[in-house]
Structure formats: structure tokens, C-alpha cells
Design a protein. Sequence first.
Length: 274
Amino acid sequence: MNKPIMKGKVYLMGAGPGDPDLLTVQAVQILRTAEVVLHDHLVAPAILDLIPAWTQVRNVGKRCGSAGISQEQIHSMLISAAREGHQVVRLKGGDPLLFGRVGEEMEALSRAGIEFEVVPGVTSAMGAAAAAKIPLTDRRFASKLVFMSNHSAGQANTNWEDVTSPDATHVVYMPGPDYAEIAGKLSAGGLDGRTPCLIVTHATQPQQQIRRTTLRELALERGLPAPALLIVGEVARPLPPLQDDEKTSSRKTGEPHEEILHLTDAPAKSEIIV
Ligand code: SAH
């Protein structure tokens, strides 16, 4: 009798913004049985800790500026692991369909005749908005939500003036270190200098920092650790302060981002909420 041919499959999977509790149930189930995991640099250590010891795990992430593994090499690794009959996970930060190179990976897999499936994840914008309690489309202030990238590596450049609007909430992925440049582009798009801005670094992770500022002051922000996300729009205005009894009841122990601190000596009139 012929040996049955084991069919390999690739899961293009979102790891969410970092807190393992934000993985989908589907993602956890597949990670438990995957034989090969190729992950991005952004995937948090707490997520990688969930992968069984017997799984072959490889970091194929590209840090800005470093050569590392090419996109074509990633395609070949995915294809050959699947052809060997393995269950393969291509694990990406946030949601796999946003600001990654998943389109190219899907094309390469299709061309090679490899079966694949997309497992969604919580995109970092949603993790950051939840952590900072930002109602992204509060109908009083925003009628649209724009996800945009400040980093154009091989992608069509965003025409900022076309997508910037006072009644939009703008979420800028990959802001990079030059907030002055971003502030200039958003102002040129018609936003007022008083428009509230939030920078969220390491959203949902233990090192999370949330910095509150305005478009006028944004230019002075620097040295914030990556990964960071910028949310700009009226919806990012501070909420009225919590009453003392609400503060106590909404606080969970052991979660640093639950505690809100207002630092009066923060630079550039910005306010850091830890
Ligand atoms: N697919 C990812 C985005 C990849 S692009 C997603 O859906 O979130 C990489 C950018 O995502 C980073 O430069 C940063 O802007 C943002 N990002 C990813 N994880 C983040 C996190 N935990 N906190 C803040 N920003 C994050």
C-alpha cells in the first residue's frame, strides 16, 4: 500500500499587540500543534513562550536598516516546510493583513500550490486604543478612521493631504523617530495645532507607555522606544478624571497599564500615562 502523503499547510497568523491574553482561541490552538513557526521581530516574548519546546521556531524578522533574511528567502522557507508536510505558522505582530508583506507571501504560496489560511489578530491600533481608552470613532468627533503608515518601504507613498481631515481619527503605524516631520504633514493636511495626539509604545506589554500631547507639541517628542503607534484626532482628548471609587474598582492588580499617572514634570507639555 502507498504511504499516505502528509499535506502541509501554512497559517498566516496574527499574534496581536503583545499581551498573550489577546491571542485568538484559534491562534492558541494552532500554535500548540504547529511544527514550524517563522515569526517576525515584533512578536512579543510572552507569545513565543506559548509555543511548545518541540516546535521548530525561527525569527525571520527584519529590523529597520538590517539586511537579515530576504522576503524571497521567507517565501522559500514557507514553501519547503509545507512541501515537507509540516503545519507551518507564519506569525506576525498585530493582524497579519495590516502593514506587513502578507500579500507577497499569499501570492508566493498560491503560485507554489500551497494551501494556506489567515488567522486574524488584534491589530496594535486596537490594542493601543483599548489601553488608552480612546473611542476611535466617537460620533461627536470622528466620522472616519484612517490607518496609515509613515514608513514607505517599497509601498506607494501616502499622500497625507488626501487622508488627513479634522473629522477623522488618524492612526499612524511605524511613525519612526521624526515626529516633527509627521506633525508637519498632518498640519499641512489641515489639522489644528491643538488636535490631541497620543503616542503608545509597546501597547498591551509590560513596558507600555502612553504619552499624551498635541499636534503643536508633537514635534518635540523624541526618543520613544519602538514599537510605537501615533493616534491623532479629537477622540484622543483626555476623558474626565475618574472618581476615586471608580478608580479603585476598575484597577486590576499586576497590570501596569491599568494605573494612570499624570506626571507634572513631563517635557514638552506632554503627559505620560504609564
Ligand atoms: N501587523 C501589525 C503592524 C505591522 S507594522 C499590526 O496589525 O499591528 C509595525 C508597526 O506596528 C510598528 O512600527 C508600530 O507602529 C505598530 N505596532 C506593532 N505592535 C505594536 C505595539 N505593541 N505597540 C505599539 N505599536 C505597535
